[in-house]
Design a binder for this molecule. Structure first.
Ligand code: DGY
Length: 319
């Protein structure tokens, strides 16, 4: 019987059908993941690995798993997997695009609104008993309606964020490796070079995958170009921003605020300097976290694993 290793505890409704045909070894916790060493040991004779974005699947691990045919990652991003090593070793990698587009765009937009209007900071203020009276300039933020939004990385999620922005009468600029002519025409987005977008946007939303080219894409130079009143929102991967440079920019008023759903190290350590700043709104990487979307993502993983183990071509193949 072919063996599947699932690195987190997942709902029975998606896992049980696999148990009818395969041997399933599922980790006992949905919150605490396996260490790298545990993963290596548990995966030893697996034919399929069902991973989450915090599982590091590197060359060393891949080359220690002789039976492995497929890795299915519970995310659209797959920067946690060495896909070149997988390809070289004839291992298929699949992800979960499409089903999380609207959910992640909702979260990106929520974080933008929360950052602009200081929502979480205001809640902390109230709960801390600091609300002594209504005061004219208390907790005042930035207007979202009519502002210029710059989207860096105009894939499916970028387009979904841009559509939401149109409902707020925002002017939408985007920067992407390729122009999206059809969408430009359909929705009225405007392509901009990176520097122009940085200089002209009131809100910047990062939606690029983390690759060697996008690592540290937003650093000191880029933050310096932004407006002093601008906010940056990261719902992509932490590594796309240089966090040290972001901290400097926020503490020297080079930019106004940041909204972060992702961090270079996750979970972000509680003593991280960015967490000390009131103008940083933080979330624990919940971009795609709606019940329906997560179940749909898991179903995609289950279907892909089943297909590969039955010698069929899976959908959503990365390599
Ligand atoms: C993804 O799918 O890559 C997201 O970051 C998960 O929320």
């Amino acid at each position: 019987m072919k063996k599947i290793l699932i690195t987190r505890k997942l709902p029975d409704e998606v896992v049980n059908p696999l148990k009818e045909k395969f041997e399933v070894n599922m980790w006992h916790s949905d919150e605490i993941g396996m260490t790298y060493e545990q993963l290596k040991a548990e995966a030893k004779d697996a034919h399929a690995l069902w991973t989450v974005l915090s599982d590091k699947v590197d060359r060393e691990l891949l080359e220690s798993l002789p039976n492995l045919k497929v890795i299915s990652n519970l995310a659209v991003g797959y920067n946690n997997i060495d896909v070149s090593a997988a390809k070289e070793n004839g291992i298929i990698v699949t992800n979960t695009p499409g089903v999380l587009t609207e959910t992640t765009a909702d979260l990106a937009f929520s974080l933008l609104l929360a950052t602009a209007r200081r929502v979480t900071e205001s809640e902390r203020y109230l709960r801390a008993g600091e609300w002594k009276s209504w005061s004219p300039m208390q907790l005042t933020g930035m207007d979202v309606f009519g502002a210029t939004l710059g989207i860096i990385g105009m894939g499916r999620i970028g387009e979904a964020v841009a559509r939401r922005a149109k409902g707020f009468d925002m002017n939408v600029l985007y920067h992407n490796r390729t122009r999206k002519m059809e969408s430009e025409e359909k929705y009225g987005f405007t392509y901009a070079e990176l520097d122009t977008l940085l200089k002209e946007s009131d809100f910047i939303v990062l939606l690029t995958p983390l690759t060697p080219e996008t690592k540290g894409l937003i650093g000191e130079r880029e933050l310096e170009m932004m407006k002093e009143t601008a906010a940056i929102i990261n719902v992509a991967r932490g590594g796309v921003i240089d966090e040290q440079a972001l901290y400097e920019a926020l503490t020297t008023n080079k930019i106004w605020a940041a909204g972060l759903d992702v961090f270079e190290v996750e979970p972000v350590p509680l003593d991280h300097p960015l967490l000390t700043l009131p103008n940083v709104t933080v979330l624990p990487h919940i971009g795609s976290a709606s019940i329906r979307t997560r179940i749909a993502m898991m179903q995609m993983n289950a279907d892909a694993i089943k297909a590969v183990l039955e010698n069929k071509e899976p959908e959503n193949r990365v390599v």
